[in-house]
Ligand binder design. Structure first.
Ligand SMILES: Cc1ncc(C[n+]2csc(CCOP(=O)(O)OP(=O)(O)O)c2C)c(N)n1
Ligand SMILES: [Mg+2]
Length: 432
C-alpha cells in the first residue's frame, strides 16, 4: 500500500508538508497605521435595487459599500433616505445622548460604582439609525453594543443605571451582568452573554410572528467575531429555508476583544458575502454613515414586512474604544487605528451634514452636548439613591432563589436557608 497512511509522520513522496495559515493583524502597538488597502467607494454610486427584487440582485452590494454622505457631508445617490432636518436632529441628539451615557457610566465603573461597563463609541450610528428605521414594536434581539436602540426607544436612562448598579430598583434583580438589559415593553429582548444565541432566537420569533399572521418583524445584531459561532449559521439556514421576516446585522467593528476580524474570516471575503451562500439578500454599508445605515435597515425591514424574506446587513465600522472596562487595547493594537479609520466618526459626520444643510451649528452642538450630559447626570444620580455596588442596597438575598417555580420547592427553601446562614457566619455585620 504505497499510498496508504503514513504512520511514521514523515512527508509522503515528494508532496509538500501540509501547512496552516494563522491570521495576523496588520498593525500592532506602536505601528504606523496605513489603511490604504481598504477600498472606500465613492458615496452615492451604489445602485439601490427594488425592495422586492430577487436576492441575487443585491449580491454585488455584498462586496461594495453603501454610502450616502460624501466628503463634503452632502447626502447623495439612490440610497439617500431624504430625512427631514427635525428627524436628523433627533437622530443626532440620540447619538450624542448615548455617547454621554457611555462616558458617564464608564467613569462610574472606574469610581467603583459598578463592576462592569461596555461602550459603543464610534458605533452609535449602527444602533440608532437602525432604531429610527424600524417600527417601535419590531422585535430586537441585540448584542451588548446596541444600548443606542434602547435609548432611541425611550427607555428611561435611570432604569438603565439601576440595572448597571444592580441596586434594589434593578428590574432584573441583579441577576444579569451590568449592561445586559431587557425590556418587553420596548421590544428589546434580554441581552445574553452567550454570544450569537440571539440570532436563532430572532429567527424563531420571526417565524412565530409569521405563523400567528402578525405584521411585526424581528431583527438581530451580533459582532463580526460572533459570526464565527455555529448559531449564526443555523439561524441563517432556518431563515433562508422558511423565508422568515428577519433582518440580520453583523456589526463589523474590526475587533473581537483582542482578536482581529481575520479570525472570523475577514481575510477571505466580506461578512455580507455570507448572504450569498444562503441565497438571501445582503447589503454592506458604511456603518459610520447614519443615513446609509438608516436606508439599509429601512430597505431590509420593508422587504421582510412584505414577505420577501431575510436580509443580512454588514455594518462596516470601527470599535473606537476598549472592548469593555475589563480590556486594555493598547496591549494588542496600534493607538493610531482610531485616528486613521477612513470612515471617520458617526456623530461628527451627522453633525457636519446638518451644518452643511444650514440646519445646525457648532454652538447648537455644544449646547446639546451640555444638555445631554446634564440629563445623563441627573438620571445616574437618581439611580444612585437606589444603591451602587457594595452599598448593600441590592435586592434581598433570598430573591436569588425566587421566580423559577410558582411555589419555592422545599429543597430550594433549604438551600436558601443554608446560603443565608453561611453568609451570616462569613459576614457577621450583614443586615439582611
Ligand atoms: C459563546 C461565547 N464565546 C466567547 C465569549 C467571550 N466573549 C465575550 S465578548 C467576545 C468578543 C466578541 O466580539 P464581536 O462578536 O466582534 O463583538 P464586539 O465585542 O466587537 O461588539 C468574546 C470572545 C462569550 N461571551 N460567548
Ligand atoms: Mg467585533
Amino acid at each position: 500500500m504505497a499510498d496508504g497512511p503514513n504512520s511514521t509522520g514523515k512527508p509522503r513522496g515528494n508532496l509538500p508538508p501540509l501547512d496552516l495559515h494563522v491570521p495576523e493583524p496588520k498593525f500592532r502597538p506602536g505601528d504606523e497605521v496605513d489603511y490604504s488597502h481598504i477600498p472606500i467607494p465613492e458615496a452615492g454610486k451604489q445602485p439601490r435595487p427594488d425592495e422586492n427584487c430577487e436576492a441575487a440582485e443585491t449580491w454585488p452590494l455584498c462586496t461594495d459599500l453603501v454610502r450616502v454622505l460624501d466628503g463634503e457631508h452632502r447626502a447623495t445617490g439612490p440610497w439617500d433616505p431624504r430625512l427631514d432636518p427635525d428627524t436628523l436632529r433627533r437622530m443626532l441628539r440620540t447619538m450624542a445622548m448615548t455617547r454621554a451615557f457611555d462616558d458617564r457610566l464608564h467613569r462610574a465603573q472606574r469610581q467603583g460604582k459598578t463592576s462592569f461597563y461596555m461602550k459603543c463609541l464610534g458605533e452609535e450610528a449602527v444602533s440608532i439609525a437602525s432604531a429610527f428605521a424600524l417600527a417601535d414594536d419590531d422585535m430586537v434581539f441585540p448584542s451588548y453594543r446596541q444600548q443606542g436602540i434602547l435609548i432611541a426607544r425611550g427607555y428611561p436612562l435611570s432604569e438603565m443605571c439601576n440595572q448597571i448598579y444592580s441596586n434594589r430598583a434593578d428590574k432584573l434583580k441583579g441577576r444579569q451582568l451590568p449592561i445586559m438589559y431587557s425590556s418587553r415593553e420596548h421590544s428589546f429582548f434580554t441581552i445574553s452573554g452567550n454570544l450569537a444565541t440571539q440570532y436563532p432566537q430572532a429567527v424563531g420569533w420571526a417565524m412565530a410572528s409569521a405563523i400567528k399572521g402578525d405584521t411585526r418583524i424581528a431583527t438581530s445584531f451580533l459582532g463580526e467575531g460572533s459570526s464565527a459561532e455555529g448559531d449564526f449559521h443555523s439561524a441563517l439556514t432556518f431563515a433562508a429555508v422558511y423565508n422568515a421576516p428577519v433582518v440580520f446585522n453583523i456589526v463589523n467593528n474590526q475587533w473581537a476583544i483582542s482578536s482581529f476580524s481575520g479570525f472570523a474570516g475577514a481575510e477571505r471575503t466580506t461578512f455580507a458575502a455570507r448572504a450569498i451562500g444562503y441565497g438571501i439578500a445582503g447589503l454592506r454599508v458604511d456603518g459610520n454613515d447614519a443615513l446609509a445605515v438608516f436606508a439599509a435597515m429601512q430597505w431590509a425591514a420593508n422587504r421582510a414586512r412584505s414577505n420577501q424574506g431575510p436580509t443580512l446587513i454588514e455594518h462596516f465600522t470601527y470599535r473606537a474604544d476598549a472592548h469593555s472596562t475589563s480590556d486594555d487595547p493598547s496591549a494588542y493594537r496600534s493607538a493610531q487605528e482610531r485616528e486613521e479609520w477612513p470612515l471617520g466618526d458617526p456623530v461628527n459626520r451627522l453633525k457636519c451634514h446638518l451644518i452643511a444643510l444650514g440646519e445646525w451649528s457648532e454652538e447648537q452642538q455644544a449646547d446639546m452636548d451640555r444638555e445631554v450630559a446634564e440629563e445623563v447626570k441627573a438620571a445616574a444620580k437618581e439611580a444612585e439613591k437606589n444603591g451602587i455596588l457594595g452599598h448593600g442596597l441590592h435586592h434581598p438575598f433570598h430573591t436569588m432563589f425566587e421566580d423559577v417555580f410558582e411555589d419555592l420547592p422545599w429543597h430550594l427553601e433549604e438551600q436558601a436557608d443554608q446560603a443565608i446562614r453561611e453568609r451570616r457566619t462569613k459576614f457577621p455585620d450583614w443586615k439582611q
